[in-house]
Write a protein that binds this ligand. Structure first.
Ligand SMILES: [Zn+2]
Length: 301
């Protein structure tokens, strides 16, 4: 069955996905260019991110690692340095560059989302850490932090930080059929200017999951269209992915979790996938804004 037929069958007769990906070569070329440009890209990004602003923006600092500046409020989700999983990357000085973070949200403890070296570089800053209960042991084993600058949270326990309202929720990261649950949190972050929904790494696309967040300013969608399916012409979860994110009726979709360099090519989602997904989303909802942030570059929200 080709991609169009599968989509038609699932009520999404929208596109010809037609993924024809060069695979490993493409991934290695991207890795080389990001590593060689990293120091400069990082420095320029930090200057932009630190500057006062009256709009909301996000910068991607790895596949699914975010810095936000929302009207001057500076926060991060799963901050990692490039060197965390790309050993040939030059070092950065997060202690110097990220010391004015207001808060950090952590989602789960997979290697591409946790950078204990970076955590420790910024542990003496004024930043407030939001740590899921399932990560608390690992967090405190590795960070000597004083309690007032840290909140251990459970799903649905709203907290207010620097004027932002943060709602953690249980995110379905466990693949269907798996016996061991993968604990992961998503977050809704409501600021003065907008509401940002970060469900995280989703593996079970139950369309009811995001329904209660209807009308968010932006949802962050981590591209995953099936296990070991990144080089398929017809990735099995294409339609499920699209329906899942459309169900929160977002004004904007931010596509991320591309070029996760630590993965095998068949598990590494690329810009071409994001482009095809953008066409599907655009066809399904003409009002919807769709953006695939370039790493280290400002993306307005
Ligand atoms: Zn994960």
């Amino acid at each position: 069955m080709d991609a169009n037929m599968r989509l038609r069958e699932q009520g999404l007769d929208l596109i010809n996905a037609n993924f024809n990906l060069p695979g490993r070569h493409n991934i290695l070329a991207k890795r080389k260019s990001i590593v060689s440009g990293y120091t400069k890209l990082w420095d320029v990004m930090i200057r932009e991110w630190r500057a006062p602003r009256i709009t909301d923006a996000v910068w991607l600092i790895y596949a699914a690692s975010y810095l936000f500046n929302t009207r001057g409020l500076k926060w991060a989700v799963d901050p990692v340095s490039l060197g965390n999983l790309v050993p040939e990357a030059p070092a950065i000085d997060a202690g110097r560059d990220l010391n004015d973070l207001d808060f950090v949200l952590l989602t789960h403890d997979h290697a591409d989302h946790t950078d204990i070296g970076l955590w420790n570089q910024i542990k003496d800053s004024r930043c407030h850490w939001v740590v899921p209960a399932h990560m608390a042991e690992r967090f405190f084993d590795n960070m000597r932090l004083k309690r007032p600058r840290c909140s251990v949270v459970v799903p649905e326990q709203k907290i207010m930080l620097a004027g932002a309202c943060i709602t953690p929720f249980d995110a379905p990261h466990t693949p269907p059929g798996a016996t061991n649950k993968i604990n992961a949190f998503g977050y809704l972050v409501e600021t003065a200017n907008g509401s940002y929904l970060l469900p995280g790494d989703i593996r079970a696309y139950d369309p009811l999951c995001l329904e209660r967040f209807k009308g968010v300013s932006a949802v962050f969608a981590h591209v995953f269209l099936g296990r070991a399916a990144a080089r398929d012409f017809n990735p099995p979860l294409l339609a499920a992915f699209v329906k899942f994110y459309l169900n929160c009726h977002p004004k904007k979709i931010v596509l991320a979790h591309l070029y996760e360099f630590a993965r095998q090519p068949e598990d590494c989602w690329l810009a071409e996938h994001a482009d095809a997904l953008a066409r599907v989303f655009a066809a399904a909802d003409h009002e919807l804004a769709i953006v695939t942030p370039e790493w280290f570059k400002e993306t307005l929200l």
